[in-house]
Design a protein around this ligand. Structure first.
Ligand code: ARG
Length: 466
């Protein structure tokens, strides 16, 4: 145990007899991770100082000095020239003390009418707004890659599954479009999260606002915020916007994880529906034949981590009394991690899908095995007048007979089929082809080429809105 306190002078140290222990500095400092907010912090301070000057709260000459000092710090930070200091605790005090070091006394006027509590809320909101926009851009790119695959494969028949058992034929385009729909909803969720972050909290002070005649609307306008927060206590203790963004990340990861699972399955020797490009696959150090879908597996694995990030913040927030509590500093690492992880995963899947080879002939062959036209056989009999329940029963019998003979329904002769029902006719062979089974499902949301083409056009339209 250290027995001497190092006197680390603090911006807030006026009421303290001596400085904090360096161990304590290290324990509670957030600069290690919140340095990432330097741009937001500096831009927020530029807007705040500009408003303070305009309102006559600080001399214009000082406001000008602050703004140009901050611009200099921003340029140096962009150039990687700033050594952030742990003893200055967080990004807010790092920037402020650096500013005062550079421009002298004027720098000491920057924090007038402001607290780190409303400042950190502002910085984090600005960060989330940008990050949601970036996530939307990545989602759009992945959706476009999928749309390009769908464009090419509206006639590529593949087996559709339930319970991982072959069920009914669909097309590769229809399957891709299922994911496009998920991504469109993800985009909507990120747009909502961005909206919920778009509230300007400065003016809330530490918890009870401020006595200075500040202009909150002006700061919102300078920073491009749509609204200002309505309650000072809420504004400094609200992290819903971060939770919204992490929830959007989590649901999106669920979608990416399901896609990854399918990519891994499809690239197995058992399926062989897809070959992942060598550029995004890896080998085994022992087994020379191996080509593993690592990127897909990683996306699947990282999904749990993003859920953990969301849960970490949910739990951190749940018992906090109003208003700000230091627990809330724990928001940043999971927030950054969730957004970074999602970004990497969207990128990985985009690259993997864009370069993968789809083996459509094998998909189509697999679709025609496993009695995926059995429903259509029952529908055929229903069309000839048999009640559906009887038709289901009749086709069940045919399937059992076929399974014994290891053949498909249309491998039976007409006479054999007629033993099950006299309603079968020559046309059954055309009617039960995979092509006919898919084409017949030409309803909105269905797998027929025409329906999927309409879905593709609509999806493109929805994407354009973002
Ligand atoms: N580093 C802090 C955070 O990230 C900033 C706000 C600290 N406020 C305070 N009163 N200690 O939450």
């Amino acid at each position: 145990m250290p027995n001497e306190h190092h006197t680390n002078a603090k911006l807030w140290g006026g009421g303290f007899d001596h400085g904090t222990d360096t161990w304590m500095d290290d324990f509670h400092a957030s600069i290690r991770f919140d340095r990432r907010l330097y741009r937001q912090d500096i831009l927020g301070s530029i807007a705040h100082a500009t408003m303070l000057g305009e309102q006559g709260i600080i001399p214009i000459i000082d406001a000008d000095a602050i703004v140009s000092g901050l611009r200099g710090i921003l340029a140096d930070a962009d150039a990687g020239k700033i050594a952030w200091r742990v003893d200055a605790e967080d990004i807010h005090m790092n920037v402020e003390s650096l500013l005062t070091e550079r421009i002298g006394e004027a720098g000491q006027r920057l924090h007038t009418g402001r607290s780190r509590n409303d400042q950190v809320a502002l910085d984090t909101r600005m960060f989330v707004k940008d990050a949601c926009a970036a996530a939307i851009a990545r989602l759009k790119s992945l959706a476009e890659t999928m749309l390009a695959i769908a464009d090419k494969h509206t006639d590529s028949i593949m087996p559709g599954y339930t319970h991982l058992q072959r069920a009914q034929p669909v097309t590769l385009a229809h399957h891709m479009m299922a994911y496009v729909e998920m991504l469109l909803r993800d985009i909507e969720r990120f747009a909502h999260a961005r909206e919920s972050a778009d509230v300007m909290p400065l003016g809330s002070g530490a918890l009870a606002g401020t006595t200075y005649p500040i202009d909150r609307q002006r700061v919102a306008e300078l920073l491009g915020f749509k609204r200002i927060s309505a309650n000072s206590l809420d504004a400094v203790s609200d992290r819903d916007f971060a939770l919204d963004a992490m929830y959007a990340c989590s649901v999106c990861m669920a979608h990416l994880s399901r896609l990854s699972e399918e990519i891994a399955l499809w690239s197995s020797l058992e399926f062989r529906f897809i070959t992942i490009s060598d550029a995004y696959a890896t080998g085994s150090s022992m087994m020379p034949q191996k080509k593993n879908p690592d990127a897909a597996e990683l996306v699947r694995g990282k999904t749990g981590r993003v859920y953990g990030d969301l849960l970490a913040l949910l739990v951190a927030m749940k018992g906090l009394p109003l208003a700000y509590n230091k627990d809330m500093q724990e928001d940043k690492e999971p927030l950054f991690d969730a957004l970074d992880t999602l970004d990497g995963c969207l990128n990985a899947l985009d690259r993997m899908l864009a370069t993968a080879a789809f083996h459509t002939q094998r998909m189509s062959r697999r679709a025609s095995e496993g009695f995926t036209n059995a429903t259509d056989a029952a529908d055929y009999l229903t069309g000839k007048g048999m009640p559906f329940r009887q038709a289901h029963e009749t086709v069940g019998g045919i399937v059992r007979a076929c399974a014994r003979r290891e053949c498909g329904i249309t491998d039976m002769t007409l006479d054999e089929l007629r033993e099950f029902s006299p309603l079968f006719d020559e046309d059954v062979y055309d009617e039960l082809s995979m092509k006919a089974c898919v084409a017949r499902r030409n309803l909105p949301g269905g797998p027929a080429a025409e329906a999927v083409e309409a879905a593709i056009a609509k999806a493109r339209q929805r994407l354009e809105a973002y």
